[in-house]
Structure formats: C-alpha cells, structure tokens
Write a protein that binds this ligand. Structure first.
Ligand SMILES: Cc1cc2nc3c(=O)[nH]c(=O)nc-3n(C[C@H](O)[C@H](O)[C@H](O)COP(=O)(O)OP(=O)(O)OC[C@H]3O[C@@H](n4cnc5c(N)ncnc54)[C@H](O)[C@@H]3O)c2cc1C
Length: 495
C-alpha cells in the first residue's frame, strides 16, 4: 500500500482519491479552500442556496459510458433522482423562441417552424446530432444501437464536415437570425461545431440531466464516498512548494508552514498555477501544447443570483437572451443565460432562486481580475452589474418587475481567488475546429512519482473530463506503485 498525496480537492482530486482508495492505497487530499469541490460548488446567501456550477452533467443516462464512473465515485445510482427539464435552454429573440429539448424531433420541428427557409441546413445538422448520439454512446432510445460499418461510411462525412467548421462559420450557413442566435448562444463562437453537436446529442440522448440537489449534492456525494473509503481531507492547505530529491517529489510545503509527504503525489490544480510556482519544472510538452495552440481559448463568466418573491414562474429552466448593446461592455458578454431553480428547495417558502451567467473571454477575465485590485471600484461595478442584470431580466420577463432581490454577484476574479486558475477561467481550452480532444500526458519530467489530473489536461474540460483524468491518474499511480520506490524516500504521509 502506498501513501498518496493529492493537491486540489475538486472533482479531479476527489476522483483520483476515490479510485486510488479502491486500488488499496492510503490517500490524503490537500485543498487550499476551506471546502472541497473547486469549481463544483455552491454557497448560501440570506437563506438561499446558490448553485455555482452544474447546468448539465454528461453521463446521467445509465446506458452511457460516463454513468459507470459517476456510479463508482458515488454520484449516481439507481436511487438518484435526476432532473431533466423539458429543455436545456431556450433562445429568445423578441417574440421568437427556439429550445434545445430533450426530444430531438421537437427541437427540429421548432427550428423548422421558425426558419423554414433553412430546412436543408437544419436537417443536415440534426442528422449529425443523431450520428453523434450513437458514436458518443450516450445511451437511450435510438442511441444504444452500434453503428454498422456501412453506416460509418455514409454518416462520417457529415460529422467531418462540421469538425472543420467553427460555430461562427456554422451560423453563417443559416439565413434566419433566430437560428443563428440559438446556435451561437450556448458556447463560444470559436468552438468547433462538433462541440455543439456533442451537447445536442447529450441532451437529446437524455444523458445530460442534473442530479437532484445540483452541484452541492454532487460534491457532497463524492466527498462522502472518499471519506467512507478512509480518505483524509485537509482544507486551508495551499501548496507552495514541492521538494524534489534525486528526481522524486518528497515533501510538499503549504502556505501555513505545514509540510506533508507521500510516496506519490497527484496534482490537480490548473497547470499554470503549478508549474514555475509550486512545482519547479516546466509544463510537460503535451500540456504546454494545449496552452500554446493558436486557437487556445478559455472562457469564464460573470454571474449573479437573485431571490424571486413570487409564485409566478414565467419561464422554465433556462432562457438565453441577447445582452443589450449598452450593457455589453459592463458584462463583457453578448448573451445572458437566465436560469430558474424552482424545481429545487433552494429558497425559503414562497420564493425561488434565479441566476444569471454571462460568458466572457479571457481578455475580459483579466480585466475583471485587475479591476478587483481596487476593491471599492470593483464593488461599485458589481452593484452596477446587479442593476443592469435586473433590468435585462425584467425587460424579457416583465411579470418579475419589483420581485427580484440580488443575493450575490461574482466574476472571473472570484474564480481566480478561490481556485487559483491563472485567468479566472473555469473551463479548459475550447475544442477548436479540426482539433482532436486527446488527453495530455499526465507525467512530469524530473518527478518520477508525480502525476497530473484535472480538466486542463483535455479540451474542452468540464466535469466528466475532470472525473476521467482523476481515474487515469489513479491508474498511473497504481502502475508506478507496482514498481516501488527507492528506500531513502519518507515512508509515511505526515502533516
Ligand atoms: C458557472 C460554472 C458552470 C459550469 N457548468 C458546468 C456544467 O454544466 N457541466 C460541466 O461538465 N462542467 C461545468 N463547469 C465546469 C466544471 O465545474 C469544471 O470543469 C470542473 O469542476 C473542474 O474540476 P477540476 O477538479 O479539474 O478543477 P478545479 O475545480 O479547478 O479543482 C482544482 C482544485 O485545486 C485547488 N487548488 C488550486 N491551487 C491549489 C494549491 N496551490 N494548493 C492546494 N489546492 C489548490 C482549487 O481550490 C480547486 O479546489 C462549470 C463551471 C462553472 C464555474
């Protein structure tokens, strides 16, 4: 049995921990924040729960590949109630609306009704969604059947066509502006259209629900599984230095002056927050390649949560609207997602939580971070954002006028402060056109017993990739442990 030290207690850290415990090792997680979860988080304000993460969890369909892993780490089982709204989101422009329903035919019908002039492109796109659902093994009706060799020959060209198109290029193929908005509102326009097809196939394959209780519950269940297997958790431990002896990581020093040691270390933080910082080495080549890629692009968002004092719920799940021109600079965003949580017990009786999310690019993230250097100005800006957001929400949903109270506003500066992500981004690099999402190498030159995990190792990141890189890191450590370590290294994990 080896002692494994994991740095970072997000999904990747918990996953690496659970799989390592199942492999028979002893594991301790060291997390800089006072709670685990990383980006998978939630918090309370004025008696309301704010869900800081999950919009859809890939792998909720029991027939899908990811389900087995979520099951192993304690997130999903046959008793887990999973919420599937009727739609993932609706894009609203004036009095027109198109939704991404769980029922693919319903989405197709709505697209055709709004944009009959785009019939050929709509059908071609939806054909690619069907193909992806089967390649992707999302499970569910019509998605379980394996593709026959001749089907690959006839269907693959459609997907290859979209593989080289960015979402921006994709939208140009459609004449109707509502369809164009619908296709570009969810992901950055720089993504490959295949990423959008992947999301469509996940939702229409009923493989992207949200476990009841949202981010809080997903984190809680993983943490419970980790602890129940004997894993140890140390919070408030920010790694500041990993010491190296003859090519082996020996001890890790924390900002509070404490030190821990283990036979193997798994680092799950954003690589740019680790290499040249607490790891005295260059980023592995395959990771650096992801960072240096010409199309390399990460995103984050500015967000807000409101308490809505009303029985009136004038929309369901999530709508996405255009940000009015006058607020585009303040929010650094073109689109605003507005999500309601009336299906959850997140608010006191008679109220429900409404949250907004405005995706912004990395340059905007850096601006938000710099802005926070002046706390007074930053707080003023957050107040302006709350006013602007309330105005946008009530202009689309007038019945909510006078019923919203802002609970919190947070920005990429918040993500940087809590997770150390270099530019406050919460998702790894986008899947760019023509790129293939191959995971980067998890080994580090000069450290024979140190392994990497985390969403940053594979575009486009997200919860399932964090989960899988954690599993793979545990397998790598298991292989290394079979070979053994030199005798001069400290034997016991200690804090
Ligand atoms: C608003 C929002 C919505 C999202 N929606 C979805 C969604 O719908 N579906 C989806 O799949 N994904 C979604 N994501 C993305 C998802 O949350 C992330 O991909 C995932 O949580 C990343 O997990 P991770 O473990 O790789 O990294 P992280 O969550 O960043 O975990 C790294 C951990 O390391 C800790 N750490 C950093 N530096 C140190 C140090 N020096 N010492 C000790 N600890 C350290 C951090 O505090 C953090 O806890 C969303 C994220 C956000 C913020």
């Amino acid at each position: 049995m080896a002692n494994i030290v994991i740095i970072g207690g997000g999904v990747a850290g918990l996953s690496a921990g659970i799989y390592s415990l199942l492999n028979g090792h002893s594991v301790s997680i060291f997390e800089k924040h006072r709670i685990l979860g990383g980006n998978l988080t939630g918090w309370r304000r004025k008696g309301h729960d704010i869900d800081g993460c999950v919009h859809w969890l890939t792998g909720t369909n029991p027939n899908s590949d990811f389900y087995k892993m979520w099951n192993t780490v304690g997130v999903l089982d046959e008793n887990t109630e999973v919420y599937y709204g009727e739609q993932l989101f609706s894009y609203v422009l004036g009095d027109k609306k198109i939704s991404l329903y769980c029922d693919m035919e319903k989405t197709r019908a709505e697209m055709l009704a709004v944009a009959p002039e785009d019939e050929k492109e709509i059908n071609r796109f939806m054909r690619a969604v069907e193909t992806m659902a089967r390649i992707n093994k999302v499970g569910g009706e019509n998605c379980d059947r394996k593709m026959m060799p001749w089907e690959w020959i006839t269907k693959a060209p459609d997907l290859l066509f979209y593989h080289s198109l960015s979402i921006k290029q994709l939208t140009k193929r459609f004449k109707n502006e509502v369809i164009r908005g619908f296709l570009s509102a969810l992901l950055s326009e720089k993504f490959s259209s295949v990423a959008l097809i992947y999301v469509f196939s996940t939702i229409t394959g009923k493989n992207g629900g949200v476990p009841r209780g949202g981010s809080f519950e997903i984190e809680r269940r993983m943490e419970e599984r980790f602890r129940s297997l004997g894993g140890q958790v140390f919070t408030g431990k920010e790694a500041v230095k990993i010491n190296n002896k003859n090519g082996y990581a020996t001890t890790v020093e924390f900002s509070d002056g404490s030190i821990a040691s283990g036979d193997y270390m798994i680092v799950t933080t954003e690589p740019s927050a680790a290499f040249g910082k607490f790891i005295d080495a260059e980023m592995p080549y395959s990771v650096k390649k992801i960072y240096d890629a010409g199309d390399g692009y990460r995103f984050s968002s500015s967000n807000a949560a409101f308490s809505c004092e009303s029985d009136d719920i004038p929309f369901r799940d999530e709508i996405i609207v255009d940000v009015p021109q006058k607020y585009r600079y303040l929010l650094r965003a073109d689109y605003l997602m507005i999500r309601e949580y009336s299906n959850e017990n997140f608010a006191p009786e008679g109220k429900y939580v409404v949250q907004t999310l405005a995706i912004c690019d990395e340059a905007a993230c850096v601006d938000f971070i710099n802005y926070r250097d002046n706390k007074a100005k930053y707080n003023e800006m957050k107040k302006d954002m709350a006013i602007a957001l309330e105005e946008i929400i009530t202009s689309v949903l007038p019945s909510l006028k006078g019923k919203l109270t802002c609970l919190d506003v947070w920005t990429p500066a918040t993500y940087k402060r809590y997770t150390n992500a270099e530019t406050g981004t919460f998702q790894s690099f986008i899947l760019a056109p023509k790129s293939i999402p191959i995971p980067a190498d998890n080994r580090v030159k000069g450290y024979k017993n140190l392994v990497l995990a985390g969403q940053w190792l594979q575009s486009p990141g997200g919860l399932p990739i964090a989960l899988d890189t954690g599993r793979v890191a545990a397998m790598t450590v298991a292989k290394l442990a079979k070979r053994g370590l030199p005798t001069y290294l400290p034997k016991k994990a200690m804090v």
